[in-house]
Design a protein around this ligand. Sequence first.
Ligand SMILES: NC(=O)c1ccc[n+]([C@@H]2O[C@H](COP(=O)([O-])OP(=O)(O)OC[C@H]3O[C@@H](n4cnc5c(N)ncnc54)[C@H](O)[C@@H]3O)[C@@H](O)[C@H]2O)c1
Ligand SMILES: N[C@H](C(=O)O)[C@H](O)COP(=O)(O)O
Length: 338
Amino acid sequence: MKPLAITIGDPAGIGPEIIAKAFAEQALTAGCFVAGDVACMRRGAAAIAGGGPPLPIALIASVPEAAQVPPRCIPVLQVGAPLDPLPAWGVVSEAAGRVAAKAVLWAASAALRGEIAGVVTAPLHKEALAAAGLPYPGHTELLQAEAAAHAGVGLDRMPVRMMLANDELRTVLVSIHVALRAALEAVTFANVRETLRITDAALAAMLGRRPRIAVAGLNPHAGEGGLFGREEIEVIVPAMRDAQAAGLDVHGPFAPDTVFMRARRGEFDVVVAMYHDQGLIPVKYLGVEKGVNVTLGLPLVRTSPDHGTAFDIAGTGTADAASLCAAIGMARRLAGNS
Ligand SMILES: NC(=O)c1ccc[n+]([C@@H]2O[C@H](COP(=O)([O-])OP(=O)(O)OC[C@H]3O[C@@H](n4cnc5c(N)ncnc54)[C@H](O)[C@@H]3O)[C@@H](O)[C@H]2O)c1
Ligand SMILES: N[C@H](C(=O)O)[C@H](O)COP(=O)(O)O
């Protein structure tokens, strides 16, 4: 079994401490290692130790060494030069953004070369990522670009989508990190159709059967027959018809304010949402400790917690590691390593 890499995320955020908490669960993290910065991980482990002895950190020089590290010891691969001084907790900085970015770039490359089973990304801060000069709004776009470059194709040939999922609800987004005005423009026949295709393929692989896909409308009450907008009639329904003609089990478009409730009670396996907050609010509202972010369409396994860097509590040792633990479990299942 190949190891899973957990990228450190923004070292000024809760990433290092939730990773350390996850490593306290030996069965879950067996075969995992951290890609990032040793001193930042030591500080994260100390933050959760409550004054007692922190989990020890083992510096590894290569991926296979992760397997030789004893249980309850955190294997860390130093990516790039050691960070010194360490960034202040809870502050956006270019240095912290660089550490986070380097870890993800390293892990993406290792996964694309087939050296690791997949990548679990601890949260990074998007302003810090930008300050470090990375031209991507988040992990999803960065990983898409790396995968496209590895395959020698343009971004249009490497379409990816964000899924957030917990035990009760799954949602996949038509557009991700764009301004709301741009998100409205992104509701096109091609984008909706491609989202349905990616959702169907990914969920069929996960469930072992064709998923029942519900589609959320864009407008209040899914346009109410054209009274409150015509995107459903002119764009969304034609894309759905095209997908249905290809055999996909697609339903809707439904009123966005009730479709998630219907999916949660079991009517559908997944809801395709027209933009970021339409889809993510229902999942996060059920609890950020439950959700997992999965990038669909990539030629590598990538999962992440559904919360961010939580700068307001970073370094306090109080952050809940459950979403990261769920992301590790999901990555194992997706990689076939469970
Ligand atoms: N996977 C990722 O890399 C990822 C995911 C979401 C947000 N982000 C980024 O994180 C940064 C901060 O985002 P935000 O402030 O909007 O959201 P956030 O999720 O960081 O924080 C929102 C609230 O939830 C709390 N919270 C979050 N995770 C928690 C945990 N594990 N345990 C206890 N409480 C927790 C925080 O303390 C805060 O009060 C932004 O730059 C955002 O883009 C990254
Ligand atoms: N949109 C995600 C969320 O709100 O949870 C988050 O920004 C993470 O995005 P990436 O996985 O692209 O970093």
